[in-house]
Structures are given as structure tokens and as C-alpha cells.
Write a protein that binds this ligand. Structure first.
Ligand code: 6MZ
Length: 382
């Protein structure tokens, strides 16, 4: 540890080193180049999948382009075997990035070779297989796509509830996602999910839609995804904001996703600023780390850098994310224990070393990783 203590560490390395909590990651938006290749994608479709990151400087970006990219991943994960490979690769990537808790979400699809039920079984099996191998706690949220009609959504819900009863330790919640300009929030469907014991995380206000936002806030989900156009300064209505302030529902913030899709102009204009200022609950998330070529460390770094957040405050956000997660109370305790251990045993001195003014984008220091061996803690965790 001695050389770790004497080292000056950049914000970027600090964000890589600390254990992280990910609450909003879509499976088929989180595939890296290597796995896309292994799944049979050619160079053209891989660069198509990542093309939004190439046009970051374009002045008129929009969300529509994003939703044309997911079918590339969907085509590559049509069989159980490939879906399993994709899930494993995503879990591995998060683990490599020092994520200790991952809530992965995915939309069950029926394909020629697999029913919706088999889709869920495959992802659950992979999560279980990875548990001891990668030492990362993974939970599953199952998504309903906004394009699904009522019958199809009801069918999905029935299967999701059945699978939740079979795998209560893994399947924790349900999500509404997909193109925000299509479809609507069906409160009856999500009420049934809630009664069945599923936690609810609803994509909300990714684009301006004050009427739907009111419906979602009245329903009162456990968490909200994005919530870009909720605050009045970001095209939300005062009425909805007042309602939100009564409920204080945790918001899953996905900075790079919003900037690349153009729903937020620049990082420094992200609505996370309002949440930080007013001490409202939020988590820092990747959304689609493959499509947006990001990871949890980079997202934590953006928050520190653009909003002048101190290491201790960032670490506090991490504790808050554990609290907002769908893990059991016992699991939350163990996650907090890991965070505490890293804080006190390994990183005590780093907090005094990291200064905003010292920010430099130096390459990862491999030795630093070796010094910070988290393995003993994981032995205690499981
Ligand atoms: C809304 C999104 C999204 O479910 O096939 N998805 N929905 N807003 C976003 N912001 C950019 N990013 C991803 O993963 C891909 C699916 O997640 C949803 C879309 O429905 C997309 O098809 P799964 O694993």
C-alpha cells in the first residue's frame, strides 16, 4: 500500500478504482466491439452500432437515430447461446470496471429459437453462473417496450411475474423503456406488477411530455429513468416539479446518453446539477455503454469534472445508490460494508490527494490496480 499512498491520483483513476453501483444498464445497448464480432456482426454493423459516438459534434443530434441501432444487437442475440454470451460479456465488462453491484435490464423477446420465457431463463442462468466466477452482485429488471401493444405487454407481464416467483433473488423489477415518442405509460399494467411484488423503474420525461410525466408521478414508481424534462428549467411543468418534490423519487441519471442523443446540450447543462443542488436522490448510470462507448467510471468522472464534485461527495452518491437499489436489506448491508472497507482500508489517503485542479487524463496505472487488490473483500462478501 505504501506506494499507493505516496501517489498522486487523477480523477479519472480515482473513478476507475472505487467500487461502483450501476442501476440503469440495458443489456442489448451495452455490448462491446469484441462481443459483437464474436456474435457474428461485421465491421459495418459494428460501426453502425457505435456511430452516435462518431457524430458527437453534430449540431442537431436526436434520439430517433439511437433507436435504429438496437436492432443490430437484437439480430446478434437471437439464440439462447448468443444471448448467454452477450450477457456474460456485459457482466464481465462491468466487473472489470470495478462495479460491485449491477442491475441489468432487458426486454424479453420471443425469437424463432426461443420463447420470452426461455429468454429470461437464459439471462438468469448466465447471471447465476457469473456470480461466483466474477464476484459481482447482479440483479435483473425486465423491460416492457413502449411499442408493445396492450395484449403483448400483458403477456410479457404474466411471464415476468411467473419468472419472478421462480427466481426471486435475481428478478427484482420491471421497467418501461423504448422510444419515448411512441406509446404511453399504462398505469394498470404497472399496478399489477407492483401488486405482484416487482419494483418499478419507469423511463420518464426523456423528452417533453408533461401529461405522461404527471401520470407516472401519480403512480409513484420506485425509481425514474432519465427525467430530463422534469424540472421547469428543462421544459417540465411547475405542477409536475412540485409533485416530484413531494415524492422525491430517485432518478437514474445517464449523462453521456443524454448528451449524445441531444436531449441535453452539454454535460455541464445536465439536470443532475439541480438534483445535486437540492440534495435530491439520484444515481450515476451508463444506459447503453456499448452504443455510447462509455462505462461507469467515465460517467462518475463526468459528474466529478463538470459539477466540481469532491471525492467524498462522489463516494456519498455511491452510498445513496446502494440505498436506492433493488437489492435486499442484507445485500445492501454487505455492499455498504465493501464500500466502507475500500474507503477506510485502501482509499483513506486518496481523498486528500484528489483535487479538481489536479485533473489530468493520464493512462491507467496498472500497478495501482494491482496494489488495490479487492479480492480479500470479495471473499468476505460471498
Ligand atoms: C429508452 C432505451 C434507451 O432491452 O433489448 N433502451 N429506452 N431510452 C433509452 N435511451 C437512450 N436505451 C435503450 O436493450 C435495448 C433496449 O433498451 C431500450 C430500448 O427499448 C432498446 O431496444 P434490451 O436488452
Amino acid at each position: 500500500m505504501s506506494n499507493l499512498k505516496s501517489k498522486k491520483i487523477s480523477i479519472s483513476n480515482f473513478c476507475k478504482l472505487i467500487p461502483k453501483i450501476e442501476l440503469h444498464a440495458h443489456l442489448n445497448g451495452s455490448l462491446n466491439e469484441d462481443i459483437l464480432k464474436q456474435l457474428g456482426c461485421d465491421e459495418t454493423s459494428i460501426s453502425e452500432y457505435q456511430k452516435l459516438t462518431e457524430i458527437l459534434n453534430k449540431t442537431s443530434r436526436n434520439l430517433d437515430e439511437c433507436f435504429h441501432l438496437f436492432p443490430i444487437a437484437h439480430n446478434a442475440t437471437k439464440t439462447k447461446e448468443k444471448l448467454y454470451m452477450a450477457t456474460k460479456s456485459v457482466i464481465k465488462d462491468f466487473k472489470k470496471d470495478n462495479t460491485i453491484y449491477l442491475e441489468l435490464r432487458t426486454t424479453p423477446r420471443s425469437e424463432e429459437d426461443m420463447s420470452k420465457e426461455e429468454y429470461i431463463e437464459t439471462v438468469v442462468k448466465c447471471i447465476n453462473d457469473c456470480k461466483s466466477k466474477y464476484k459481482i452482485l447482479v440483479k435483473l429488471i425486465l423491460s416492457i417496450n413502449r411499442r408493445q401493444d396492450d395484449n403483448n405487454a400483458e403477456e410479457s407481464l404474466k411471464i415476468i411475474i411467473k419468472m419472478k416467483e421462480k427466481y426471486p433473488d435475481i428478478i427484482k423489477g420491471i421497467d418501461l423503456s423504448g422510444d419515448p415518442k411512441v406509446g404511453t405509460f399504462n398505469e394498470n399494467l404497472f399496478e399489477k406488477a407492483r401488486i405482484a411484488g416487482l419494483k418499478t423503474s419507469i423511463h420518464c420525461a426523456e423528452v417533453k411530455n408533461n401529461e405522461e410525466v404527471k401520470k407516472i408521478l401519480d403512480f409513484g414508481p420506485d425509481r425514474l429513468g432519465h427525467a430530463v424534462c422534469l424540472h421547469p428549467a428543462y421544459e417540465g411543468s411547475q405542477e409536475n416539479w412540485d409533485l416530484y418534490l413531494q415524492k422525491k423519487i430517485p432518478i437514474e441519471c445517464c449523462l453521456t446518453s443524454n448528451v449524445i442523443c441531444g436531449t441535453v446540450e452539454r454535460y455541464e447543462e445536465h439536470h443532475i446539477q439541480e438534483l445535486i443542488n437540492l440534495r435530491l436522490p439520484f444515481s450515476i448510470c451508463t444506459d447503453d455503454k456499448g452504443v455510447f462507448r462509455t462505462n461507469s467510471s467515465k460517467e462518475y468522472e463526468h459528474v466529478m469534472k463538470h459539477f466540481k464534485i469532491s471525492p467524498t461527495d462522489l463516494y456519498q452518491f455511491n452510498y445513496n445508490s446502494v440505498e436506492q437499489s433493488f437489492a435486499s436489506d442484507e445485500e445492501k448491508k454487505r455492499l455498504i460494508h465493501v464500500l466502507n472497507k475500500v474507503l477506510y482500508l485502501f482509499l483513506g489517503d486518496i481523498f486528500s490527494m484528489v483535487q479538481i485542479k489536479d485533473y489530468c487524463d493520464e493512462p491507467v496505472d496498472e500497478q495501482l490496480y494491482r496494489d488495490l487488490n479487492l479480492a480479500p473483500m470479495w471473499r468476505e462478501f460471498y
